[in-house]
Design a protein around this ligand. Structure first.
Ligand code: WQD
Length: 346
């Protein structure tokens, strides 16, 4: 076929949705995942959606020799999309070395293995967290980056710096870093979505788990921010829109359409919604009154983050299509379907 893409972390939340979009665009996919925060069942669920079960190898990418051995057997791959990473912000503050070791050793091993095997295209799963507390909104890719509050966030910033150095040293290596704002939502099929392990850190899974009764109530972290209603404002983006951007980015790399060897794009909708607006939309979409209580601010939270989407639109021809209500209704469908899925063979 000649269009194989290696997806690290392909059983995870954004990875699995990207695998679906790649398969639907007739790419061949090899998923690498250590299953530390995901399940192999995701591959069967992807097959249910697309009719294709992606190739899969379970591997810990911190293991350089195993990583090398895999890449040397898949030299024909055209690109790597690197999702595999730990992502719990709070845990990374308490255990920074776990995050630096996992996220950076894995990155270094993947980059070494792919470049040693002649695979020169790389897409990086980055985050708006690299902007820290932005002085200018909406955030363009030209906004200065700041040292993120958490070790998790800092691994994203360091990774982009590593990529820059690697690109400056090479005539052939090229990369696109995609800075996600706040991914929520799930595939319309209800077969894949976010699977937070333990107590969720993020707003959307906390809301849906509270609504199904797994959590007693949502804590709203602060209503004294300088925003429209006092709660923080974020740029929530549907995970399927996000996944589609990866397909466009990978085609851009493979077809050598970049303007520069290292390109960076924000992936957001450009619209900001407050925590209370998200709660209100959830209540309207689900018909459920959510139990919540206002509490103190969460350390590290910034008042407002929303993207300028102009560059992604201009260069990738991509913009997000799905509304906040579609994000929320698909997250809610997924939460309700999840229990049924876990009790079935799928
Ligand atoms: C959104 C808003 C909270 C939970 C984080 C990472 C970022 C990115 C996405 C991840 C905030 C409020 C939340 C709750 C609440 N990357 N909230 N009660 O903090 O914008 O971004 O996730 O892989 O790097 O930092 O997202 O969903 O945690 O919070 O009131 O129980 O919801 O204060 O204002 P955040 P979030």
């Amino acid at each position: 076929m000649g269009n194989k893409i290696i997806i690290t972390g392909g059983c995870g939340y954004i990875g699995s949705h990207t695998v679906v979009e790649l398969l639907e665009n007739n790419f061949e996919v090899l998923v690498l995942d250590d299953l530390s925060n995901s399940t192999e069942k995701t591959l069967e669920r992807i097959e249910k959606i697309t009719g294709v079960k992606p190739q899969f190898i379970q591997v810990d990418l911190k293991d350089a020799s195993k990583t090398n051995a895999i890449f040397s057997k898949h030299k024909d791959a055209k690109a790597v999309i690197h999702f595999a990473a730990h992502k719990a912000v709070g845990e990374s503050v308490n255990n920074p070395l776990k995050y630096y070791k996992n996220n950076l050793y894995s990155l270094l091993n993947v980059l070494s293995a792919q470049t040693e095997n002649g695979i020169d295209n790389f897409i990086f799963s980055s985050s708006a967290t690299v902007y820290g507390t932005p002085k200018i909104l909406p955030i363009t890719e030209k906004n200065e980056t700041q040292r993120p509050f958490s070790a998790y966030g800092n691994t994203k910033k360091i990774a982009e710096e590593i990529l820059e150095d690697l690109i400056n040293s090479s005539d052939s290596f090229a990369a696109i870093s995609l800075r996600y704002f706040n991914p929520i939502g799930a595939h319309d099929s209800g077969f894949i979505g976010e699977l937070p392990s333990g107590i969720p850190n993020n707003l959307m899974p906390y809301i849906t788990q509270t609504a199904v009764g797994v959590r007693e109530k949502l804590m709203v972290y602060g209503t004294d921010y300088p925003t429209k209603d006092g709660t923080p404002v974020r740029d929530y983006i549907h995970v399927v829109d996000l996944a589609k951007a990866h397909v466009i980015a990978v085609k851009r790399l493979i077809n050598k359409k970049q303007d520069e060897a290292f390109e960076i794009f924000n992936l957001g909708t450009g619209s900001g919604f407050s925590v209370l607006e998200v709660i209100n939309s959830f209540e309207a979409v689900s018909g459920i009154q959510l139990k919540y209580e206002v509490t103190a601010r969460r350390p590290g939270d910034v008042p407002q983050l929303f993207a300028s989407t102009a560059l992604a639109k201009e260069k990738l021809g991509w913009s997000a299509e799905k509304s906040l209500d579609e994000m929320i209704s698909s997250s809610w469908k997924w939460e309700q379907n999840l229990r049924a899925l876990e009790n079935s063979k799928l």
